[in-house]
Design a protein around this ligand. Sequence first.
Ligand SMILES: NC(=O)c1ccc[n+]([C@@H]2O[C@H](COP(=O)([O-])OP(=O)(O)OC[C@H]3O[C@@H](n4cnc5c(N)ncnc54)[C@H](OP(=O)(O)O)[C@@H]3O)[C@@H](O)[C@H]2O)c1
Length: 379
Amino acid sequence: MAQATSSTSETIVGSTTTIVETTVEVRSVAPGKTKRQIDNLYPPKSHALQISKYGDTSVFQWAEVSTVQIQSPYDVIIKVSAAGVNPFDYKFRKGNYAVFGKVRFPLVLGLEFSGIVVAKGEKVNKVHLLDKIWGTIRGGCYSEFIRVNTATEYGVALKPTSISHIEAAGAPIGALSAYGALVTLGELPVGDKAEAGKHKVLIIGASGGVGTFAVQIAKVLCKAKVTAICSGANAELVRGLGADKVVDYTIQDFTADDNDYDVVVDCVGHQNDFYHKTIPLLKKKGTFVSVAYDNDDDKVSLGDLTKMGFQYVGRKFFGARKYRALYGVNRKDFSKLVPYFERHEIKTVVAEKFPLREAAKAHEKIETHRTAGKIILTT
Ligand SMILES: NC(=O)c1ccc[n+]([C@@H]2O[C@H](COP(=O)([O-])OP(=O)(O)OC[C@H]3O[C@@H](n4cnc5c(N)ncnc54)[C@H](OP(=O)(O)O)[C@@H]3O)[C@@H](O)[C@H]2O)c1
């Protein structure tokens, strides 16, 4: 058995993570595959779905490009089988985050992928040609091929054979966000430290890309009692993920319900002001965690950042309960989550699949805020 080590450091709107080793058992590689078979998987020209400027979905361009090459001895080239779609992608496409700095166009969106290794640098000795790799990098996954530096990217691991590329591609960002919200910011104990039913969690937006993982992580890792908020149409889905109680917010005021939560996770945000609505539902030492801190449909302006800063400081120091906001994922946590996927204790809810070159349709869909689970692009 070979062991593979990979890692990632990342920024989604400004948050950095530290290096970590992701160790997963893998079959040592490619029995019976000839060099020619591998060369066929790695053509000199390929395609990437670029955006040429900020704007609506018409800015997508299916471009023929020179396939990425090894640049450092620690690089691997991955033939992407599937890429996950996140709200971050469409917000970035629209230019919502332009305030954070200039970018160089054309650029390729996409933070998560699953695929096959088709080339590797000379110092990569624990990952082999034709190994299947999944994870999250800082962008570029809406491509037929990506380059990943295994010495500097820490949210990448060997894909368990028990999950498909499609399930794998939709997992990293949602699962890491949910873990960050519940465990890192919500401070819920995990595994042996967690006591069954001791903690109580409210998840708002439980049927979405983050919420579906939040329900499962709260149940499986934190052994918490989970109340999930979603529309009636998604109630069965969310119950199936393990939620103890599901409240249909379209017909019921969930704030009039239980009031002894340890953690509230808001995966919806926008103008709903769930912070003030749910403060009375939290225990005295409870924590409100906002995953969706930015206004979904508008550009983030300097004024917004200032307002967010004041809001954060105000709530942190003067709020009736602890307030925390998730500003990015910590890729070092990926290795902690991999075994749960491998054992199918956590799974990706796949809402819909689109061919990569039709990502415009995927963006139109996710912009409706009605996606139950994850949208996946396939090559
Ligand atoms: N901070 C970070 O690092 C980070 C990371 C990932 C995501 N995010 C942000 O977190 C947010 C959620 O991401 P996501 O991937 O989960 O989005 P998503 O998949 O697009 O969320 C869609 C879900 O939102 C639910 N929803 C919409 N309005 C609702 C409401 N008023 N009450 C309850 N549920 C409602 C819908 O449920 P129903 O159809 O059942 O109503 C739908 O299932 C986005 O703003 C995203 O940008 C932040």
